[in-house]
Design a protein around this ligand. Sequence first.
Ligand code: ATP
Ligand code: MG
Length: 140
Amino acid sequence: MPVERTLSIIKPDATARNLTGRIIAKLEGAGLRVVAQKRVRLSREVAEGFYAVHRARPFFNDLVSFMISGPVVVQVLEGDNAIARNREVMGATDPAKAAPGTIRAEFAENIERNSVHGSDAPETAAQEIAYFFAGTEIVG
Ligand code: ATP
Ligand code: MG
């Protein structure tokens, strides 16, 4: 299995409920290592740029407003198969459909306020990591 890096975001619904530590424990428990991390408040411009691929979707404006409504914790996770492994421990986008024990099944409020983001492919992982972190901020 390849060692990969992926971008993770702990979203405002989770930081508001003080769930950062419990979510990180789940990520680490799944074999993922936090190799970069910062807590930031996204500007509208940064959130729109991050979710640009969803610009045409009906939920885009709500999603951006949600993502800037409070602090987020942006992370780079590293591990064997990190991209798929992170998606697995996150669970399905809609928490009602997420497998028991996953982060979204345990913590997400609804399909929008779903506690975490994870990159979905090697290309998007590389783009998303570079969007938030300089190479010197990632310490493996
Ligand atoms: P993420 O990209 O955040 O890891 P995902 O890949 O599981 O989540 P996407 O389809 O990329 O899901 O959607 C991005 C985000 O947009 C979702 O995590 C969720 O916050 C929001 N979203 C997706 N679908 C809907 C929807 N039908 N209604 C409201 N918000 C939605
Ligand atoms: Mg996605």
